[in-house]
Ligand binder design. Structure first.
Ligand code: NAD
Length: 707
């Protein structure tokens, strides 16, 4: 017999406690199959006249309900089928809400998506003070909307504007924040959660109460005129943010508006229809596949069956921009003590100050307590020699980009650490095999490539060279994951994966610029395509000098298609390195006057007279096909081991539009033959840099896809 998910226990005080525990899952998730179980539970409750009140609580240690099992949507072939799933959820939650006895949700751990929709259908909610307790409706991040009443119940509880904010962003609130906006009724320590919920249930059903609104809030939400402003503003802001690339936010606004204007049932109807339609969109399918890919990746060691060793203590060489960031995530995310070595005291104190400034920001926002700040800072210690290195399990090297220096670092670590100590290099361009060339224990040497700013960028590339051992790979992957990163394991080679596909895309943007297109036109075109920033802004952010340093390496190792436009040397000769020198393509500091403005003098340095001749779509296509073609080449050469890794790497490392699912899913969507046709047409006009890769041609000929 299958184990029931819900068990009802009636206490002597006549409160029934429903405990939810989904067998075989570490977290509770809602499944369509539970509907029947809930139905029979409800009839059992209705028939038991002794029950005066109900509490629903999780039987798991640390999860209330983390969401609905979205894999059930993959079986849907029509919008109607998906809509039916949403309607079933609506029906079950309506029945819960209609119970004549009070029903209280006792929330500890994640209460997300369908989990929060269930809690919203309860008559009251109590949540624990624990950090693990978070409440939110993240469906928008999967290209969906909350399809089981969430778009209707949340605005009624917390107000239209707060509900819009929560549902449109998918943000997660801690219990105290949830209490402040009226989403939960009480916040208590975990030890008394059940008792507090029982007491609330014994008080009886709470009377309907007004949403907490200040004066302006009342004007905006309680008058038709005010509401019209709220919804039209929400639409405007959404379009400005999504550039029309994501259909879910507009449907969310529509569903909330329908419920406000036409009543609860009308709202549910619009919500269900929109849910069904959204499930079928390519955007939601791409976002869901991304979710599954990252979930699946978390289970992989990166080295087959080989298990990682635990990293008890780490060290960072170089406390600069990258070293400071890596030290920070090691202490604050992984909770691992870290020794920072630099050649001078300044480097160490810069790294310490950097971590402290990030922690202070979190303290101000009350994401951490003073004690936590002290504890995390105490994990960071500095040195200008190798004292305290003898028992370090893993060293991340982030010194200057210089092969001799990096080889010296390997020798120093081999002399000062144990035989097992892993040496992970954060080089952006040097082949790891070369860094390991003189190592006594090359099996311990690996690449661990972070992106700047380290605390924000989710991706790391783990680069195994020919002699890297499986243990070293597995341990490095696990270490990166503890730092909160998403690691992809890639093969050694110039530019690895991410910088390689990025370089061709950036070069193409530079070529278009040199044909006379204005800077703004380029940036606008690719932001509209779905990148978080345009290529020229990115160049200013990364540093024009950094690009110039990596370019010749890629050109030497990978061939002519990586030749960067020579005219760019003039920018460096003019002292333009980008934001860090406050001189680049855009104006910075006082000159910018608080606005994003192109520094028009850049055109004369480049000898250009800008005039827009191409459409945004033409610009985007030319840059993007270069990235797509090179991504396929990386797969062909085994730099990445799967299309999935290539998609994750591009989305998390570069910000490739998530709604397209990554380069490979995007190629599958447009068809390899279409991409080949675009490349051929550009090749005939601009030359061999657009020649399609071998694997892409094969896919096109066979009409095959990558997934
Ligand atoms: P940085 O100049 O900010 O910092 C380098 C630090 O290394 C300095 O504090 C310096 O004092 C220290 N250092 C130099 N020699 C040392 C030695 N012998 N022992 C200990 N410390 C020493 O440089 P960064 O931008 O942090 O880059 C570091 C590495 O990370 C480079 O290999 C770079 O290519 C790579 N990287 C940089 C980025 C980026 O966006 N900046 C991104 C990925 C990787």
């Amino acid at each position: 017999m299958t184990q029931p998910t819900f068990t009802l226990t009636v206490r002597p005080d006549q409160v029934g406690v429903i405990s939810m525990d989904v067998a075989g899952e570490s977290m509770n998730v809602l499944k369509a199959a539970f509907a029947d179980e809930i139905k029979s539970l409800l009839s059992e409750i209705k028939n038991n006249k002794d029950i005066k009140g109900l509490v629903i609580i999780s039987g798991k240690a640390d999860s209330f309900i983390a969401g609905a099992d979205i894999s059930m949507l993959d079986g849907c072939t029509t919008a109607q089928q998906a809509e039916d799933i949403g309607r079933m959820g609506q029906l079950v939650f309506n029945q819960l809400e209609a119970l004549s006895i009070p029903l209280v949700a006792a929330i500890h751990g994640p209460c997300l998506g369908g989990g929060l929709e269930l809690a919203l259908a309860c008559h009251a909610r109590v949540a624990t003070t624990d950090n693990k307790t978070v409440l939110g409706l993240p469906e928008v991040q999967l290209g969906l909307l909350p399809g089981s009443g969430g778009t209707q119940r949340l605005p009624r509880l917390v107000g239209i504007q707060k509900a819009l904010d929560m549902i449109l962003t998918g943000k997660q609130l801690r219990a105290a924040q949830a209490k402040k906006i009226g989403l939960v009724d009480a916040v208590v320590p975990k030890s008394i959660l059940l008792e507090a919920a029982v007491q609330l249930a014994l008080k009886g059903k709470p009377a309907a109460r007004d949403v907490k609104l200040n004066f302006v809030g009342k004007v905006l939400e309680k008058t038709p005129f005010g509401r019209a402003i709220v919804f039209s503003q929400a639409e405007k802001q959404t379009l400005a943010k999504t550039h029309g690339n994501y259909p879910a936010p507009l449907k969310i606004i529509k569903a909330i508006k329908a419920g406000v204007d036409g009543g609860f049932n009308k709202g549910l109807d619009v919500e269900a229809k929109a849910f069904g339609e959204l499930c079928m969109t390519s955007e939601s399918k791409a976002l869901r596949s991304l979710f599954f890919a990252t979930t699946q990746m978390k289970k992989e060691t990166g080295a087959g069956d080989v298990q990682p060793h635990k990293v008890h203590k780490a060290a960072i060489l170089g406390g600069g921009l990258m070293g400071g960031g890596i030290a920070n995530v090691t202490a604050t995310k992984a909770g691992v003590p870290v020794r920072i070595k630099d050649i001078n005291q300044q480097g160490i104190s810069n790294a310490m100050k950097y971590s402290y400034s990030l922690l202070e920001k979190k303290l101000r926002k009350r994401f951490v307590t003073k004690t936590e700040v002290q504890k995390q800072m105490s994990l960071l210690t500095g040195t200008t020699d190798y004292s305290g290195f003898h028992d370090v399990d893993l060293v991340v090297e982030a010194v200057f980009e210089d092969l001799n220096l990096k080889q010296q670092m390997v020798a120093d670590i081999e002399a000062n650490c144990s035989e097992q100590t892993i040496f992970a290099s954060n080089t952006s361009s040097l082949p790891i095999g070369q860094i390991a060339a003189k190592a006594a224990r090359p099996e311990n040497v690996i690449g661990l490539h972070y992106f700047s700013p380290v605390d924000k960028m989710p991706l790391v590339e783990v680069i195994a060279h020919e002699k890297t051992s499986a243990e070293t790979i597995a341990t490095t992957v696990a270490f990166a994951r503890k730092q909160g990163k998403t690691p992809i394991v890639v093969k050694d080679g110039a530019g690895f994966y991410v910088n390689r596909i990025l370089a061709l895309y950036m070069n193409e943007a530079a070529n278009i610029l040199l044909e006379g297109e204005p800077v703004e036109a380029l940036d606008k075109a690719l932001v509209k395509f779905g990148f978080p920033v345009g290529p020229i802004t990115l160049l200013d952010e990364v540093g024009i000098d950094v690009g110039a340093k990596i370019s010749p390496i890629l050109l030497n190792e990978l061939g002519e298609r990586f030749a960067a436009p020579a005219a760019f040397d003039r920018l460096l000769a003019d002292g333009r390195k980008g934001r860090k020198t406050e001189k680049g393509f855009y104006l910075y500091g006082a000159k910018a006057k608080g606005k994003k403005q192109v520094d028009a003098s850049v055109y004369s340095v480049l000898g250009l007279n800008p005039a827009a001749k191409l459409s945004g779509d033409q610009i985007a296509l030319r840059c993007v096909v270069q990235m797509l073609n090179e991504a396929v080449r990386c797969l062909e050469e085994g730099i990445i081991s799967s299309a999935r890794d290539g998609d994750i790497g591009a989305i998390f490392g570069i910000g490739f539009p998530p709604f397209l699912g990554g380069p490979f899913r995007y190629i599958d969507q447009m068809g390899a033959a279409t991409l080949v046709a675009h490349l051929r047409s550009f090749e005939s006009r601009f030359g061999a840099r657009f020649a399609p890769s071998k694997l892409l041609l094969e896919k096109a000929e066979q009409n095959a896809s990558f997934y």
